[in-house]
Write a protein that binds this ligand. Sequence first.
Ligand code: HEC
Length: 138
Amino acid sequence: MFATKPSTYFATAFTLLLIMVWSPSHAETPYTVTNGNELDIQSYQGYKVFRNWCARCHGTYGQGMRAPNLAESIATISKAEYLKVMASGKVSAKAKEMGRMPGWKGNAQVMDNLDNIYSYLKARADGKIDAVAPQSAK
Ligand code: HEC
């Protein structure tokens, strides 16, 4: 698949560079939602990891259960705060009713998908996808 001609290498390297330079401009809306419930691959991956590890406390779509509604929370906390809570957990005064938010430092699947999970939750927080089952856009 990869030809060995130097010009091909340069073209590939240049394309990768373009993608790297171009991507950060999309940091504000890290997701794409089409047809109401079709997510880009990263956000969909985030949803799947969320369903595995977070749904039992936060609800399948982050709508809240015994733990807070993250569609609301994510709109009020910074990305930096999100990353901190994810790594180290959180115990506030409400812990008596809600229990505690565990830290995920030791869970590679969660830690490797922090951005993907954030993208999904951000789409929820921005009201771009409701508490409905997401699909992967093809
Ligand atoms: C065992 C239950 C439980 C699980 C599992 C869990 N959480 Fe939480 N989470 C909580 C509780 C309880 C809080 C509220 C903590 C507090 O305010 O004291 C919380 C808070 C948070 C917050 C901060 C929200 C805010 O309003 O401050 C984020 C973000 C969050 N969780 C994301 C996640 C993600 C993503 C996962 C999956 C990787 C996850 N949680 C898994 C119980 C859980």
